[in-house]
Ligand binder design. Structure first.
Ligand SMILES: Cc1cc2nc3c(=O)[nH]c(=O)nc-3n(C[C@H](O)[C@H](O)[C@H](O)COP(=O)(O)OP(=O)(O)OC[C@H]3O[C@@H](n4cnc5c(N)ncnc54)[C@H](O)[C@@H]3O)c2cc1C
Length: 652
């Protein structure tokens, strides 16, 4: 994995940095002010040649970077009409194109940035201290490969690619595979069913079409608000024990988000938690537990009592809408109609590894085992970065694509002075969400699809993986005994469990594994079904990011979209001229800490660098989170009401 030691010219030892390093001197000398490259170069050319600038920047630049410059540098000056031939000594070197990008972080955001920029002629170096793919990676479970098979595949957490994702899928479409085709077409598959279990409620788990979360049957007819209301009511009917009037109330709250103008969403709903917004207090336990609470957890891994109502309402609407598969606006190539899509192989095999191979082939350099420890700031410019190893990095553009918890300590007083708005990053919160895999000696009878164990204390969701991966799992992975993988995400680490009465954070590694199995079994082995059997477990693997020395720690917490957090989140470009921020914490259209948000942020970073560098390259596509056009008149009406200080017309 490591390319450490094959360092590029843009990384220098501290001694080099302080000394007369030619490369560095050139870098620092060019465009100190970070102003548009073309303008700065024109002036420089005019002054250095001893002649006033002609003002004809384009013509002059093309001369200097074209045949004349090449000839002069080769020692054979040629005369061009109307241009005096200066002596070779007096001619400045061709203007250096400001194309050198240092990306710190090789997760979704960093890889997306690198992808967009390298395809547009930039020179990109990615510095990654741990794993390429970041929180979206999969990994080999150590010591499990036997008899020529591959190691058992561990996931940081199983992957869910809802139908409303467009950025991730568009990137996948541009990752070629060695055997032909691309990642999206060969490895992303629709999942037709979902299993919904209700913890401790006595019901058998429901194996339902994934489209139950949407409303395929109604989609063509969603042309009025009442159609949408009916469709949502139908789609949510699977939630048990909720009285019809409460379901109607819940749907009405969702319609409020759907028909609110942007200003109200940001000014009013952003500041309420989802639980407050759907007025869970005083409603039935099923309303509180499943509809308002667990569904939010299961679908977007957010705690409903802290998550922003705007974020949850918007993504809920997008999930439901995309499930129709009939929405013309979505690029049919990117959104294939399913509410739920998964990969048909371990994430790294299917996606991350081919992506990295493609980027490498295009010229992206990966420096592994290295992370940034500080940025040097002068005025409104980054002048260099120092790696944890003490080495220095010099580039034209600096991208901080590391997670929130690693970005916070890099916010030095100099950086905050240059852009005080970055101080908001310190107010953002992260939480624990971690994957565990159970390797089973028996293939499940359930069709491939996600499992939502609604109401489980540790907010468990799952996915049986082998079914979708095809082939013979036991012959491919492990020691030949494993036939399936049940991959489970643990989203609540602070509620007491049912076996030990302890929170996940209070448990040992083994206790976590036993407790998760017990909770999942209680939800799944209910109503006369027995879907999970302890004796099927061959082995299990908890994400290695969780460690217990001396106390429990999580190396990879996940940013959470808490109420009011939007204003504290950074944008991809900053007030510094050459500093950009990527990651799932950046403001994006999807506005949720996901691979989609991280990918969109990487594109926004790339576009900001394209603009700042004066490049004529086309920007990377950035897609809206699509909403039904028939909602527009309602939003316009609400804008008038909001400006007039009136409540939303459905908010009664
Ligand atoms: C268990 C779990 C399951 C999930 N499931 C889904 C899902 O199904 N669908 C979905 O869309 N999203 C899912 N997510 C969320 C999604 O994985 C993340 O939002 C996304 O991958 C974040 O990408 P990122 O690039 O912003 O950050 P990261 O993935 O955290 O990548 C940042 C990278 O920066 C590196 N880094 C750290 N410090 C430094 C430094 N000082 N210098 C340089 N680099 C540094 C890190 O090592 C890391 O590789 C899940 C998250 C978790 C935790």
């Amino acid at each position: 994995m490591t390319e450490h030691g094959r360092h590029t010219t843009s990384i220098r030892s501290r001694a080099d940095h302080d000394g007369a390093d030619q490369d560095g001197a050139d870098h620092d000398g060019a465009d100190q002010d970070g102003a548009d490259q073309d303008g700065a170069d024109q002036d420089g050319a005019g002054r250095e040649s001893g002649r006033p600038s002609t003002g004809d920047g384009v013509a002059r630049r093309s001369v200097l970077t074209g045949a004349a410059a090449a000839a002069v540098l080769a020692g054979s000056a040629v005369a061009l009409p109307g241009v005096g031939v200066p002596s070779a000594r007096a001619v400045p070197p061709p203007p250096r194109r400001r194309r050198d990008v240092a990306v710190f972080g090789g997760g979704m955001a960093g890889l997306a940035t690198a992808h967009e920029l390298v395809e547009r002629g930039f020179e990109v170096t990615v510095y990654e201290p741990a794993y390429l793919g970041g929180k979206a990676r999969s990994h080999d479970v150590p010591g499990t490969a036997r008899g020529g098979r591959k190691a058992l595949p561990g996931e940081h957490g199983f992957r869910f690619f809802p139908g409303c994702y467009q950025h991730v899928t568009e990137s996948m479409q541009r990752i070629p595979l060695s055997g032909g085709g691309n990642v999206k077409d060969r490895h992303l598959v629709n999942v037709e069913t979902a299993v919904v279990a209700f913890d401790d409620a006595g019901y058998a788990p429901t194996v339902a079409p994934a489209s139950i979360m949407g409303f395929v049957e109604h989609a063509g007819a969603i042309v009025t608000l009442d159609n949408l209301r009916n469709a949502l009511m139908t789609g949510l009917k699977f939630v048990v024990d909720v009285p019809p009037w409460e379901l109607a109330y819940f749907v009405n709250r969702e319609l409020i988000i759907a028909t609110s103008c942007t200003e109200r969403r940001l000014g009013q709903w952003e500041n309420q938690s989802w639980m407050q917004f759907v007025k869970a207090k005083g409603k039935s336990p099923a309303y509180q537990r499943y509809l308002a609470g667990a569904l939010t957890r299961a679908l977007v891994a957010a705690k409903s009592h802290t998550a922003s109502a705007r974020t949850i309402g918007q993504i809920g609407l997008a999930l439901a809408t995309s499930a129709t598969g009939l929405i013309g606006h979505y690029d049919a190539g990117l959104v294939t109609g399913g509410v739920d899509r998964i990969l048909n192989a371990p994430t790294n095999h299917a996606w991350i590894d081919p992506w990295v191979a493609y980027l490498r082939a295009r010229g992206v350099r990966f420096v592994m085992g290295e992370g940034v420890s500080s940025f040097q700031v002068s005025g409104r410019q980054i002048t260099g970065a120092t790696l944890a190893s003490g080495q220095s990095v010099s580039a034209d553009w600096y991208v901080a694509a590391m997670p929130l918890d690693r970005l916070r300590p890099l916010l030095s007083p100099d950086l905050l002075r240059a852009d005080p708005s970055l101080g908001g990053i310190r107010r953002l919160q992260d939480d624990w969400m971690v994957g565990i895999q159970y390797f089973l000696n028996r293939k499940t009878d359930l069709p491939p699809g996600h499992i939502a164990a609604l109401g489980t204390p540790w907010a468990l969701t799952g996915l049986y993986q082998a079914g979708a991966w095809g082939g013979n799992f036991a012959r491919t992975y492990g020691d030949g005994k494993v036939h399936d993988v049940l991959s489970i995400d643990i989203s609540d680490w602070e509620k007491p469990g049912i076996l030990y009465g302890k929170t996940a954070k209070q448990c040992s590694k083994q206790e976590v594994a036993r407790e998760v199995w017990a909770q999942m079994s209680r939800a799944m082995n209910s109503g006369g079904r027995r879907l999970l059997r302890r004796e099927d477990i061959v082995t299990w693997s908890l994400d290695p990011g969780i460690t217990w020395s001396p106390t429990i720690a999580n190396a990879t917490p996940l940013m959470v979209n808490t109420a009011g957090s939007h204003r504290h989140r950074p944008t991809a470009d900053t007030a510094l001229t050459n500093f950009f921020i990527g990651g799932d914490h950046v403001r994006t259209n999807i506005d949720l800490a996901t691979m989609e948000g991280a990918n969109e942020s990487g594109r926004r970073v790339a576009n900001a660098i394209i603009a700042a560098s004066g490049s004529s390259a086309q920007p990377a596509p950035v897609y809206p989170l699509w909403e039904l056009p028939m909602l527009e008149p309602f939003k316009a009406n609400d804008r008038d009401r909001y400006r007039a200080g009136l409540p939303h017309f459905l908010d009664f």
